[in-house]
Write a protein that binds this ligand. Structure first.
Ligand code: SDX
Length: 430
């Protein structure tokens, strides 16, 4: 097909730029020479119309409510696969065959322990520190222990660092939880699969045997798959930008964790459950719907809305199904928060304001109810999101580092401050 062009008038001159097509999804206008050609920048705070990179990893169609990992629909991966298979797929681009899968699981399994001295980091935190604060600190500190896999120019070290991050996040997350509740750390076990091992490290105690419920382990594994990657979201863009300076992968992941913590992003699962608890009962829902619509009220319905999805978040559907599975397995017949969530969703989806603004439940809306039923406190919810998203961050970081056209990310600005002015001695100031 003939090369498409985009014409742009600026400063009385015409500029023509190439339009690049992806495999699927929106095309892009390559304006990388715009400033050189016209002396002007584009202006797109929040990057609502900006493609920051080329990627082959994850595709989202916000209008269709589609999410593909390397072309495979999230529904199929969640139904038929497991988390480590999705990790392999995200990292290497293809589903593993039996030998590749067994080798990958084995390599991850034998990287789950952390350096024994790292356990000393936790005691520097107050017990009531938010577990996400602990995660940012301890994951950032990994680069102090594993400097033999921080040379990002070495493909072998990149691969080791990727495995270490995927393998050690459950161990560190479980340690953050155990430290928070004042219980002893539980070491990883090589005879348990990834999700079961994590649940065992969180809920086992030295005084008795702890048997992981396989239905709950399967649900945990599926929740990890749903959270694994999501295109160029805020925390992934943070990891890419940090990595573009050549920073080591552990430091980049720590930056991603920090960004994910915000309530507009990964912190929404914690905020959504707190909101459902605050609403408390179905009869109080109209009051909160009104607040969410009130321009003078900063209140937002947590777990609703999305920058990209203007249709139902496909992950939210699978999460809702998982919620019912977990509550059923645990014999929780009537969870008042689930009643509030389902009634809130029903009302919101029929309210003109939400319909007009295309606000649907996102992945964070139901995840909190499920994670609470699994036994996690609310302040651990975003830690679990970070655990699962680590593979997405590391896969995107790896793709960026291996991109020959990669350069340090350095956006410009629209400056609206003072023009140059001279220094005023303090004796002459008002
Ligand atoms: C995640 O990017 C990703 O892919 C993220 C994520 C991932 O996997 O990485 O999917 C994970 O972060 C999911 C989103 C979790 N956040 C929340 O649930 C917090 C509540 N949602 C909102 O804060 C908001 O919807 C965002 C942050 C998710 C999206 O923000 P946008 O795209 O900047 O949209 P916006 O804030 O400009 O809202 C557009 C309009 C506004 O009204 P107007 O100014 O046009 O009149 O919709 C309104 C907003 O007021 N709106 C809401 C709302 N979300 C948007 N009104 C009430 N409740 C809400 N939840």
């Amino acid at each position: 097909m003939a090369e498409q062009k985009a014409d742009f008038q600026a400063g009385g001159k015409n500029h023509t730029y190439e339009i690049k097509d992806g495999t699927i999804g929106p095309s892009v206008v390559d304006i990388s020479s715009l400033y050189k050609d016209s002396g002007m920048f584009t202006y797109d705070p929040g990057f609502t119309s900006t493609a920051s990179c080329e990627s082959k990893i994850t595709y989202i169609d916000g209008d269709e409510g589609t999410l593909l990992y390397r072309g495979y629909p999230i529904e199929q991966l969640a139904d038929h696969g497991d988390f480590l298979e999705s990790c392999y797929l995200l990292l290497y681009g293809e589903l593993p065959n039996k030998m590749e899968k067994d080798d990958f699981v084995n390599r991850v399994t034998y990287h789950t322990m952390i350096h024994e001295q790292m356990s000393k980091f936790f005691s520097g935190f107050r017990r009531d520190a938010h577990p996400m604060a602990v995660m940012v600190g301890v994951v950032g500190a990994l680069s102090a222990f594993y400097h033999d896999s921080t040379d990002i120019a070495d493909p072998h070290q990149r691969m080791i660092a990727s495995l270490r991050m995927i393998a050690k996040m459950p161990t560190i997350a479980a340690m953050a939880y155990k430290y928070h509740i004042g219980q002893p750390f539980v070491y990883p076990r090589n005879d348990l699969d990834y999700a079961a091992n994590f649940l065992h490290m969180c809920f086992a105690v030295p005084c008795e045997d702890y048997k992981v419920n396989p239905v709950l382990a399967r649900a945990m594994d599926r929740i990890f798959i749903l959270h694994a990657d999501h295109e160029q979201n805020a925390s992934t863009s943070t990891v890419r930008l940090a990595g573009s300076s050549g920073a080591n992968p552990f430091a980049c992941i720590a930056a991603g964790i920090a960004c994910l913590w915000g309530p507009a992003h990964g912190g929404a699962n914690e905020a959504a459950l707190n909101m459902l608890s605050e609403i408390g009962s179905v009869d109080r829902i109209p009051e909160y719907i009104a607040r969410a619509k009130d321009k003078n009220d900063p209140f937002r319905l947590m777990g609703f809305g999305h920058r990209v999805y203007k249709n139902y978040d496909p992950r939210a559907r699978i999460m809702q199904k998982t919620t019912h599975e977990v509550l059923g397995e645990l014999g929780i017949k009537d969870d008042p928060l689930l009643d509030v969530a389902m009634e809130l969703e029903k009302i919101a989806l029929n309210d003109e304001y939400f319909v007009q603004k295309k606000l649907y439940p996102n992945i964070d809306f139901y995840s909190g109810i499920t994670l609470r039923a699994l036994g996690f406190p609310t302040n651990m919810f975003t830690v679990l999101f970070a655990l699962a998203r680590t593979v997405g961050w590391i896969a995107q970081w790896k793709e960026m580092v291996e991109d020959p056209s990669q350069r340090i990310g350095r956006p410009r600005q629209l400056y609206t401050g003072y023009p140059q002015r001279d220094y005023v001695p303090i004796t002459q100031r008002r």
